[in-house]
Design a protein around this ligand. Structure first.
Ligand code: FES
Length: 169
Protein backbone atom coordinates (compact mmCIF):
# COMPACT_ATOMS: atom_id res chain seq x y z
CA UNK A 1 0.00 0.00 0.00
CA UNK A 2 1.36 3.28 -1.05
CA UNK A 3 1.15 6.11 1.43
CA UNK A 4 0.16 9.41 0.02
CA UNK A 5 2.76 11.98 0.85
CA UNK A 6 1.81 15.50 1.59
CA UNK A 7 4.66 17.51 0.27
CA UNK A 8 5.18 21.18 -0.11
CA UNK A 9 7.38 22.26 -2.91
CA UNK A 10 10.23 24.65 -2.32
CA UNK A 11 8.35 27.28 -4.35
CA UNK A 12 5.18 26.91 -2.24
CA UNK A 13 7.19 27.06 0.96
CA UNK A 14 8.88 30.30 -0.11
CA UNK A 15 5.55 31.81 -1.24
CA UNK A 16 3.82 31.06 2.08
CA UNK A 17 6.78 32.28 4.10
CA UNK A 18 7.05 35.55 2.18
CA UNK A 19 3.28 36.12 2.42
CA UNK A 20 3.38 35.58 6.17
CA UNK A 21 6.36 37.86 6.74
CA UNK A 22 4.97 40.48 4.34
CA UNK A 23 1.58 40.50 6.06
CA UNK A 24 3.19 40.79 9.48
CA UNK A 25 5.33 43.73 8.34
CA UNK A 26 2.38 45.45 6.65
CA UNK A 27 0.31 45.17 9.83
CA UNK A 28 3.23 46.57 11.83
CA UNK A 29 3.41 49.62 9.55
CA UNK A 30 -0.29 50.31 9.03
CA UNK A 31 -1.59 49.78 12.58
CA UNK A 32 0.22 52.80 14.10
CA UNK A 33 -0.79 54.92 11.10
CA UNK A 34 -4.47 54.04 11.52
CA UNK A 35 -4.26 54.62 15.26
CA UNK A 36 -2.56 58.02 14.76
CA UNK A 37 -5.25 59.03 12.28
CA UNK A 38 -8.13 58.03 14.56
CA UNK A 39 -6.71 59.08 17.93
CA UNK A 40 -7.55 62.82 17.71
CA UNK A 41 -11.13 61.94 16.79
CA UNK A 42 -11.43 59.67 19.80
CA UNK A 43 -9.87 62.24 22.11
CA UNK A 44 -12.06 65.14 20.97
CA UNK A 45 -15.09 63.37 22.44
CA UNK A 46 -13.52 63.55 25.88
CA UNK A 47 -13.41 67.36 25.62
CA UNK A 48 -17.13 67.82 25.23
CA UNK A 49 -17.61 68.44 28.95
CA UNK A 50 -18.98 71.50 30.69
CA UNK A 51 -16.67 73.98 32.44
CA UNK A 52 -17.44 75.77 35.71
CA UNK A 53 -17.42 79.51 34.95
CA UNK A 54 -19.11 81.58 37.66
CA UNK A 55 -21.32 81.43 40.73
CA UNK A 56 -24.94 81.95 39.67
CA UNK A 57 -25.52 84.47 42.49
CA UNK A 58 -23.01 86.85 40.83
CA UNK A 59 -25.11 87.06 37.69
CA UNK A 60 -27.71 89.81 37.31
CA UNK A 61 -29.87 91.05 34.47
CA UNK A 62 -26.93 93.17 33.28
CA UNK A 63 -24.63 91.14 30.97
CA UNK A 64 -21.20 90.48 32.51
CA UNK A 65 -18.16 89.28 30.62
CA UNK A 66 -16.64 86.17 32.19
CA UNK A 67 -13.42 84.48 31.07
CA UNK A 68 -12.85 80.77 31.47
CA UNK A 69 -10.32 78.18 30.36
CA UNK A 70 -10.98 75.10 28.28
CA UNK A 71 -8.68 72.20 27.42
CA UNK A 72 -8.20 71.73 23.72
CA UNK A 73 -6.62 68.86 21.87
CA UNK A 74 -5.02 69.39 18.48
CA UNK A 75 -3.75 66.02 17.32
CA UNK A 76 -1.23 64.99 19.96
CA UNK A 77 -0.91 68.51 21.38
CA UNK A 78 -3.00 69.44 24.44
CA UNK A 79 -3.29 73.04 25.55
CA UNK A 80 -5.50 75.44 27.48
CA UNK A 81 -7.38 78.21 25.74
CA UNK A 82 -9.18 81.18 27.28
CA UNK A 83 -12.74 81.83 26.17
CA UNK A 84 -15.21 84.50 27.17
CA UNK A 85 -18.95 84.73 27.52
CA UNK A 86 -21.45 87.51 28.17
CA UNK A 87 -23.70 86.05 30.87
CA UNK A 88 -26.94 87.47 32.26
CA UNK A 89 -30.32 86.46 33.60
CA UNK A 90 -33.24 87.12 31.26
CA UNK A 91 -36.80 88.25 32.12
CA UNK A 92 -37.80 84.61 32.78
CA UNK A 93 -34.93 84.21 35.29
CA UNK A 94 -33.13 81.94 32.82
CA UNK A 95 -29.37 82.28 32.53
CA UNK A 96 -28.05 83.16 29.08
CA UNK A 97 -24.41 83.00 27.94
CA UNK A 98 -23.49 84.55 24.61
CA UNK A 99 -20.24 84.37 22.70
CA UNK A 100 -18.53 87.76 22.39
CA UNK A 101 -17.28 86.93 18.89
CA UNK A 102 -18.92 89.11 16.26
CA UNK A 103 -20.54 87.13 13.46
CA UNK A 104 -19.32 89.62 10.85
CA UNK A 105 -15.53 89.22 10.90
CA UNK A 106 -14.80 87.97 14.39
CA UNK A 107 -14.04 91.08 16.47
CA UNK A 108 -15.12 91.17 20.12
CA UNK A 109 -18.45 92.74 20.98
CA UNK A 110 -19.07 94.74 24.15
CA UNK A 111 -22.24 95.32 26.10
CA UNK A 112 -23.13 99.03 25.98
CA UNK A 113 -20.01 99.62 23.93
CA UNK A 114 -21.59 102.54 22.07
CA UNK A 115 -23.13 105.41 24.02
CA UNK A 116 -25.36 106.25 21.02
CA UNK A 117 -26.95 102.78 21.17
CA UNK A 118 -27.57 101.80 24.79
CA UNK A 119 -28.54 98.27 25.86
CA UNK A 120 -26.97 96.67 22.82
CA UNK A 121 -23.91 94.56 22.15
CA UNK A 122 -21.69 96.72 19.98
CA UNK A 123 -18.82 95.68 17.74
CA UNK A 124 -16.27 98.50 17.36
CA UNK A 125 -14.74 97.13 14.16
CA UNK A 126 -17.52 97.98 11.72
CA UNK A 127 -20.36 99.16 13.95
CA UNK A 128 -22.12 95.79 14.23
CA UNK A 129 -24.95 95.66 16.77
CA UNK A 130 -26.93 92.97 18.56
CA UNK A 131 -29.90 93.16 20.91
CA UNK A 132 -29.52 91.86 24.48
CA UNK A 133 -30.53 88.35 23.42
CA UNK A 134 -27.75 88.39 20.81
CA UNK A 135 -29.92 88.93 17.75
CA UNK A 136 -28.14 90.93 15.05
CA UNK A 137 -29.64 94.35 14.38
CA UNK A 138 -30.71 94.67 10.74
CA UNK A 139 -28.81 97.30 8.80
CA UNK A 140 -25.53 96.58 10.62
CA UNK A 141 -22.85 94.27 9.15
CA UNK A 142 -23.46 91.00 11.08
CA UNK A 143 -25.87 88.63 9.34
CA UNK A 144 -26.37 86.16 12.20
CA UNK A 145 -27.04 86.20 15.95
CA UNK A 146 -24.20 85.75 18.43
CA UNK A 147 -23.48 82.11 19.23
CA UNK A 148 -25.00 80.88 22.47
CA UNK A 149 -23.20 78.63 24.94
CA UNK A 150 -24.75 75.46 26.29
CA UNK A 151 -25.44 76.28 29.94
CA UNK A 152 -26.12 74.24 33.04
CA UNK A 153 -26.55 75.34 36.66
CA UNK A 154 -25.40 72.82 39.25
CA UNK A 155 -25.04 73.48 43.00
CA UNK A 156 -25.14 77.24 42.43
CA UNK A 157 -22.44 77.22 39.76
CA UNK A 158 -22.93 78.05 36.10
CA UNK A 159 -21.23 75.60 33.74
CA UNK A 160 -20.76 76.34 30.05
CA UNK A 161 -20.27 73.92 27.16
CA UNK A 162 -19.92 74.52 23.46
CA UNK A 163 -21.00 77.75 21.79
CA UNK A 164 -23.66 76.96 19.20
CA UNK A 165 -24.55 78.97 16.12
CA UNK A 166 -28.18 80.07 15.93
CA UNK A 167 -28.59 80.52 12.20
CA UNK A 168 -28.63 83.66 10.11
CA UNK A 169 -31.18 86.33 9.33
S1 FES B 1 -16.36 92.38 12.85
FE1 FES B 1 -18.03 93.08 13.99
S2 FES B 1 -19.01 94.44 12.66
FE2 FES B 1 -17.36 93.73 11.51
Amino acid sequence: MEEEKSTVSRRQFLTYTLMGVGGFMAAGVTTPMIRAALDPLLKSKQNGGMVAVVQAKEITTEPQKKDFKIKQVDGWYESEATQSAWIYQDENDEYVALSPICKHLGCTVNWNGDSQNPNKFYCPCHGGMYTKDGINVKGTPPLAPLDQYELEVKDGTIYLGAAKARGGA
